[in-house]
Write a protein that binds this ligand. Structure first.
Ligand code: KIV
Length: 275
């Protein structure tokens, strides 16, 4: 059954946890769906994971639409959210609605996600008024990396904690149907999850959020760089892929691949006519 905003709200109301993973292409979307994950996020983290940038800032609307459309073709039941990239919603409510609409019309997303609390309250309301469901994203918002002076936990001091809580209440009031809490102390995330009637999805925000999201390359051990503290590595597929590629390289060079069973037959009579 196709998951909808109603399914996800019901999961929170009934105390069922929501699982979410990032995904950026068709093949992975098929695998994620078969695993029974509730939601897929085509995150602007694709700037790093798929495009090799240092952060998410260079990602364009065209990049997001392209990857969202690829993922959408791999899903039938899983709820699909697409990120609004940096500067695709900051200029005006009109710009925000226009670009959110493109992610739905051209990318086939069911909802869009945008970063910020009080500062993007108006944009959230405008997109929701255009009948597009919105996931808000507060706490550590990676598009603000330069303003924050790096990737840091948000909400540790009293003043910051009040700001994160206020942002959560404001995005709910603006009409967001869900909120991602990134790198927020676990007890603060638990309090926010209690106070909000919409589901919270945590990443580095403890176990008391209504659901969790991870970047799939992180949880599959596909990167050998710095791994954030909140990531649990469920497999080291990167190493297993490398080993398989090495075997292939060796076999090609040794003439062991392809074997006869990988080729196509032709009758000797036909071949003889060609000599
Ligand atoms: O872009 C992304 O992958 C995200 C998640 C980390 C929540 O926003």
């Amino acid at each position: 059954m196709k998951r909808t905003v109603l399914t996800l709200q019901k999961m929170k109301d009934e105390g069922q946890k929501i699982s979410m993973l990032t995904c950026y292409d068709y093949t992975m979307a098929r695998i994620v769906e078969k695993a029974g994950i509730d939601m897929v996020l085509v995150g602007d983290s694709l700037g790093m994971t798929m495009m090799g940038y240092e952060d998410t800032l260079p990602v364009t609307m065209e990049d997001m639409i392209h990857h969202t459309a690829c993922v959408s073709r791999g899903l039938s039941d899983t709820f699909l959210v697409a990120d609004m990239p940096f500067l695709s919603y900051h200029e005006s409510n009109v710009q925000a609605v226009h670009n959110a609409g493109r992610l739905v019309k051209e990318g086939h997303a069911q909802a869009v996600k945008l970063e910020g609390g009080a500062k993007v309250h108006g944009q959230i309301r405008a997109i929701v008024d255009a009948q597009i469901p919105v996931v808000a994203h507060i706490g550590l918002t990676p598009q603000s990396v330069n303003a924050f002076g790096g990737f840091r936990v948000q909400g540790k001091s009293e003043q910051q904690a009040k700001q994160v809580l206020e942002d959560a209440l404001l995005v709910q009031e603006a009409g967001a149907f869900m909120v991602v809490l990134e790198c927020v102390p676990s007890k603060l995330a638990a309090l926010i999850s209690q106070k909000l009637h919409i589901p919270t999805i945590g990443i580095g925000a403890g176990a008391d959020c209504d659901g969790q999201v991870l970047v799939y390359q992180d949880m599959l051990g596909m990167f050998d760089g710095v791994r954030p503290k909140f990531v649990k590595v469920y497999d080291t597929i990167g190493e297993r892929m490398e080993a398989a590629f090495r075997d292939y390289d060796k076999e090609v060079k040794a003439g062991q691949f392809p074997g006869e069973e990988h080729g196509f037959a032709i009758s000797d009579e036909v071949i003889e006519t060609l000599y």
